[in-house]
Design a protein around this ligand. Structure first.
Ligand code: LMR
Ligand code: MG
Length: 488
């Protein structure tokens, strides 16, 4: 498969293009992202669905520019899909052939089921594992699917979209009519009891970004942000009652003003009906990532990555680890020390996962610059560890690499992330293990030549290696209360 791939999603509010580069078989990263609010079906809904000239020309121009960006990256493959805007338009052929002839671009118009499936495949693979109902609110339609035990089921597409509702109801100030229409559509949704709702699309991104600002959320990351359905309900009610000035203070961007209420009403009506939902998970990924993943995961069981594979971790390792052996030794040694000690210090066994990943990734910053390398690792992990982790896991892993040298995590740092980090004791303990492993591996052995035992709060270390530098480094460590290290 092509190394650099562009995916274009012509949505009904905005058109977007992402450019991905593969770093190994299933690992990739985002090289470029561009969006334009072309609103292809503008004024179509009151004209029997016919696309209007102005909107078609805008979309054509945006696509022309997208293609130029793509060629600047020497993209080898372009996957372009269009959803409801073209699906529903009686004159879609006119637009499709204009683009095909003028831009040499083939647009694939996908049906609603396929659209729901692509969104779900993206969430299934790129969000932390959880059973959930997914909802992708678009400009022309809204897609649903259930993710149950790692499989996508019950895909459904409804004629609910923000631009559609705006033109049919909100422009006439007929909110009751909009509610009736939304509920008649929502009646078609199968009623499987579920507690998680995954929100996809521009409406959710806008609302969750605003909620994050509202609650002064400490991590600047939208993908995998979670809030309670109550928080969401209260917020969408505020949006429904807001004038433009108020929308601004609610941190809604001006270009969203005219579609945020239709979008909020869909969410509000859904949450009123489905009281089993108590947790909302925001997805930064959707149809585009689904299209891309379906391409790279062709032939994989259930459209999924292999077991235990994480695309963000693999991308970071592929791109920033200079000495793979060293990174693996750090992970192995950290795991060994953890297994010897976690019980004694009453640390939950589950933290072995974050510890091992943090150990493995801790050297990545050095490839940017040797000075302040822990700081670089921290920053890189906080931004690029994107897929498949909860925010709790991401900030813990990032924190452990930041302090993987001598010092325990600073109290101010723990305080800044207090609601998403585990308690100070756990962070200190895990951080000590990575720092100790890193100290013991100062001389960069090719193999782990260590015998380690643990008794009476003391780690006994012996090795056939010459540990001159390691001993020195261990002496300088800040160790959590009670733990000692002795060399035999
Ligand atoms: C879509 O229709 O999928 C997007 O344009 C959604 C949006 O709100 O931007
Ligand atoms: Mg869409």
């Amino acid at each position: 498969m092509a190394k650099i791939t562009a995916v274009i999603d012509i949505g009904s509010n905005s058109a977007r293009m992402v450019v991905y580069e593969k770093t190994s078989r299933f690992a990739f990263h985002l090289l470029h992202e561009v969006k334009s609010r072309v609103r292809l079906p503008e004024n179509a809904y009151k004209n029997n669905g016919y696309l209007q000239e102005e909107a078609m020309q805008r979309t054509y121009d945006a696509l022309e520019n997208f293609l130029r960006i793509a060629s600047s990256y020497k993209v080898r493959k372009i996957l372009c899909v269009a959803t409801s805007a073209l699906r529903d338009a009686p004159n879609k052929q006119e637009f499709l052939s204009r683009v095909r002839n003028g831009l040499k671009l083939n647009i694939k118009v996908i049906d609603g089921e396929k659209e729901a499936l692509y969104g779900a495949v993206a969430c299934l693979n790129l969000l932390p594992k959880a059973d959930a109902l997914t909802i992708d609110i678009g400009g022309g339609s809204t897609e649903f699917s259930y993710i149950l035990e790692g499989k996508v089921t019950n895909t459904l597409s409804l004629a609910l979209g923000t631009v559609r509702l705006k033109e049919l109801f909100f422009d006439k100030n007929d909110i009751d009519g909009a509610k009736r229409y939304i509920n008649a559509e929502l009646d078609k949704l199968s009623n499987i009891e579920i507690s998680n709702l995954i929100g996809i699309g521009g409406t959710f991104r806008a609302l969750c970004r605003a909620i994050m600002k509202d609650i002064k959320y400490p991590l600047n990351k939208l993908h995998s942000f979670e809030c309670s359905s109550k928080t969401m309900s209260i917020f969408v009610d505020k949006v429904m009652n807001a004038n433009e000035r108020r929308l601004k203070t609610l941190n809604i961007r001006p270009e969203r003003f005219d579609v945020i209420k239709p979008g909020s009403l869909i969410i509000s009506e859904l949450l009123k009906r489905k009281t089993d939902i108590n947790n909302i998970i925001t997805s930064g990924v959707g149809v585009r990532e689904g299209v891309y993943l379906s391409d790279i995961l062709r032939g994989q069981k259930d459209n999924s990555f292999p077991a235990n594979f994480n695309p963000s971790v693999r991308y970071l390792l592929d791109s920033y680890i200079v000495d793979n052996n060293h990174s693996n030794q750090l992970a192995k040694l950290s795991k060994r020390i953890f297994e010897l000690t976690y019980n004694t210090y009453d640390i939950d066994k589950k933290y072995a996962k974050e510890l091992v990943i943090a150990a493995k990734l801790s050297p990545i910053g050095a490839s940017l610059h040797n000075y302040s390398s822990n700081q670089h690792s921290y920053y890189l992990i906080q931004t690029a560890l994107e897929y498949g982790f909860t925010h709790q896991e991401i900030i813990l892993i990032a924190t452990l690499t930041k302090y993987a040298k001598r010092r325990a995590p600073a109290t101010a740092h723990i305080a800044e992330y207090k609601n998403i980090l585990p308690d100070e004791r756990v962070a200190e303990f895990l951080s000590f293990i990575i720092s100790l492993s890193s100290a013991l591996l100062t001389h960069r052995p090719r193999d782990l030549q260590y015998e380690i035992g643990f008794s009476d709060n003391c780690l006994h270390v012996s090795s056939q290696d010459n540990l001159y530098l390691a001993k020195d480094a261990v002496k300088k460590l800040e160790s959590p209360k009670g733990i000692r290290v002795e060399f035999l």
